[in-house]
Design a protein. Structure first.
Length: 85
């Protein structure tokens, strides 16, 4: 926990993707949410298996990337699609 707390306090090394600490925190929380939804789809869905694997893996992958990029202070894959309306 101390390592994570230090990551969010050190904003001087943040060159790439994030503007402030709250944006990184929101990205982490949203990434955990997407990772959880992806895991839920993979484990508990009754749809056809190819849709379950495609959607569940995609959501889990996007969530994991959001968490990693918030930790590493790098732009995430979702931020590269441009500003949304």
């Amino acid at each position: 926990m101390q390592r994570l707390r230090g990551c969010f306090q050190d904003l001087t090394s943040c060159i790439g993707g994030y503007v402030n600490k709250m944006e990184r925190l929101f990205s982490t929380v949203f990434g955990v949410f997407l990772l959880g939804v992806g895991a839920y789809v993979l484990l508990c869905s009754d749809a056809a298996w190819h849709w379950v694997v495609l959607v569940g893996s995609g959501l889990a992958l996007l969530g994991g990337n959001l968490i990693y990029s918030a930790y590493a202070c790098a732009p995430s894959w979702l931020s590269r699609i441009g500003p949304l309306p």
